[in-house]
Design a protein around this ligand. Structure first.
Ligand code: NAD
Length: 331
């Protein structure tokens, strides 16, 4: 199996096998540049910009903050207002971006466009059947997203360990592990499971360079792995979010006799309202996305310190495992 370092382009682009995946309202230039400067791969979230023209500016701004490569995420999921996906994609390619993270439903046309432009595509999948379809479409790297993940885990509820083991059996192209990873132990586990690297979201929300309000970073530090909940289960658009008052209200509406239509919860779940959580620092104001790694996050480091620490921890663990194997062989 080709390693992360063999994936075309990605090798010399990221020196540490850690990708900062797309995060609505969080994947902004300062964070993206800090991850890439720290040796990982930063990714701008296209839909966090109000228009393709604003994405162009965000790409230019990121270039002033780093001379390292970075990518752009485009996620295709239900939205309240239909985004100009093609416009975002075209602008990013025009600006010279050559790495894309795609996610969501019916990504075929977008993937074909990026491949026709000689771009590297990392496609996020929550099932092996989707990963195999993406492989056929010509993507370069699969991001295997386990049920632990923040945001949309799909509807099959398969945890990362089983998905990664299945990926090892089924995929020919490199894959990275996403969902449930926040430290060197997670990185070492992912590598042991055959992944070429990892993708993290929630862990990067809680860094110095992340633009979200300090109250929300502190909330993540203070939380445990029991502090997230799934909304939209009944609408087959399941999303793991922070378990706050608004999320509990949405789940209660979905659970009432007769259930809820999207229109019944739209005022509670809108992304524009969730954005204000990050701006104002009131963690109960709206829906905000978080993975169960909130239970593993205990500090607010710089991206560089985080990436260095993860690498050190992973190397220590792999070294200890190697010693165990050697000692056993001697007995
Ligand atoms: P939004 O305000 O349009 O919608 C808010 C939430 O409602 C989203 O989770 C969306 O998927 C969901 N939704 C919208 N219409 C729906 C419908 N008819 N039925 C069921 N669910 C519906 O979303 P936003 O916050 O502006 O985000 C824009 C898009 O980016 C959404 O599709 C969202 O899911 C997606 N997203 C991307 C990332 C990422 O990592 N790139 C992270 C979170 C969300």
């Amino acid at each position: 199996r080709p390693a992360f370092s063999d994936a075309p382009d990605l090798a010399h682009k990221a020196t540490r096998p850690v990708v900062q995946g797309g995060m609505q309202w969080v994947g902004l230039p300062r964070l993206v540049a800090a991850v890439s400067n720290g040796g990982g791969l930063g990714i701008i979230t296209a839909l966090s910009q109000p228009s393709p023209a604003a994405l162009r500016q965000a790409i230019k701004e990121t270039r002033t903050l780093t001379d390292k490569p970075f990518g752009v995420n485009i996620t295709l999921l239900p939205t309240i207002n239909p985004p100009d996906y093609e416009g975002y994609a075209r602008v990013a390619v025009e600006e010279g971006v050559r790495i894309f993270e795609t996610a969501g439903n019916n990504p075929g046309p977008l993937i074909k466009f990026f491949k026709s432009q000689n771009c590297l595509v990392i496609h996020k999948c929550t099932t092996i059947r989707h990963a195999k379809s993406a492989e056929k479409l010509g993507v370069d790297v699969i991001s295997i997203d386990g049920f632990e993940c923040a945001g949309h885990p799909g509807e099959d509820d398969i945890g990362g360990l089983v998905l990664l083991a299945r990926a090892a059996d089924e995929l020919k192209i490199p894959y990275i592990a996403s969902g449930g990873i926040a430290n060197g132990r997670g990185l070492a586990s992912a590598l042991a499971a055959g992944a070429a690297g990892v993708n993290m979201g929630t862990r990067f929300m809680c860094t110095v360079e992340s633009a979200i309000h300090d109250n929300i970073k502190q909330k993540i530090v203070d939380s445990t792995e029991r502090d997230t909940i799934h909304i939209f289960r009944t609408m087959r658009n399941t999303a793991r979010v922070f378990k706050n008052k608004v999320a509990l209200e949405v789940v209660a509406l979905e659970a009432r006799p007769g259930g809820a239509k999207f229109e019944d919860v739209q005022h509670l779940v809108s992304g524009q309202r969730g954005k204000l959580v990050y701006e104002k620092g009131d963690s109960d104001y709206g829906i905000w996305t978080a993975g169960i790694t909130v239970g593993l996050i205990n500090d607010i480091p710089t991206c560089k310190d985080l990436l260095e620490r993860m690498e050190r921890e992973a190397e220590d663990i792999i070294g200890q495992m190697n010693n165990m194997v050697v000692t056993k062989a001697r007995l």
